[in-house]
Design a protein around this ligand. Sequence first.
Ligand SMILES: [Zn+2]
Length: 390
Amino acid sequence: MTICFICLSALNCAAQTPSADKPHHTHSGFRNVTEYEEHDFWDFLKWRRERAKKEIPGPQSYDFPLAKNNPDFLKQNRSMNTVTWIGHATILLQMEGYNILTDPHFSKRVSPVQWAGPERVAPLGLALEDLPPIDIVVISHDHYDSLDEQTIKKLRQRPGGEKTRFYVPLGLKNWFAIRGVDKVVVMGWWDRHRDGNLEIIAVPVQHWSKRSIFSRNKTLWAGWVIKADAFRFIFVGDTGYTAHFKEIGERLGPFDLAAIPIGAYEPRWFMAKHHVNPAESVQIHKDVGSKKSVAIHWGTFLLTDEPLDDPLKNWLPLCRKIRFPQKTFWSSNTAKPSFWTESDRDHLIFNTPQTHTDSHGPYARPAPAIRLRLPRDNLAEQKLSSRCAG
Ligand SMILES: [Zn+2]
């Protein structure tokens, strides 16, 4: 979820013509079909009032280190599967010879303007100019932290950028057409599209959309499954926890790799419908049947009430407590000092932070410069653990 200044933009997106046989289509746009009650504007004001009274650490409270990356390897690589978390919901996935970006955001702010709005706190894991040629971009929804106009323009202006195919949810075709992007595939939930050796499928998640005061839920939101003969990937996008994930796992899983959000979840009374917390993210990993997952949507922009490093501090002990097999669910603090090879069997290379080996195996640990606090109390950790154990 992005916050109020998203309403400043006059940008609007044409809604897709509704389909009477699809329960998530309405006469004017789209809706969630899970147990769901929309927050209204008064809820939003209540959240902002409560937030104003909290002492939320600002960007200056964090010191996320930036480590050296290896763009030369990534630019030349077309044979090995790799994943690089660039920041927030942006990952570079090199899969079966394709270079794929999820929700690319390389700008300074989450905002329709670059002089106001939440500022990037952690540096980019990979600069835009260091990207390899991008074949495919998938967009989860139209919020400003997922669909960034400046980034889309810059991707198009790169050499070969006109060849990039954009996969977007229903209702977003005009947004891209206005900006001269014509290689756009617009898809609804469970739609499938063949792209060379890949099959791309839009899947349901629980979220919402809005880019202006006139565009609430005019465009759809979705996760993306990308399948090849030997590798299956799911990008969960931006979502609350729902039964959709079990269904996705049953219909399209298991997956070799999932990109799952772990951050932007406080306060729960307002955020739970749209954003999972770390315990729910682990449950999604289990529901979809992923062998390995990468944690996204945290540690980059200050969007919600929890401290920016809170997701990692809750999520790491949780993974340890439920004894995930080693390297099952991975994260970094956005710094990417080196590569390591997961195994020769699946040729998956994680662009990784430091790792730490304990009795449960190696886990990604934040680099020393990050200010890591222990979970606030044992009770909180027990609650997280018990929620996740099922
Ligand atoms: Zn969102």
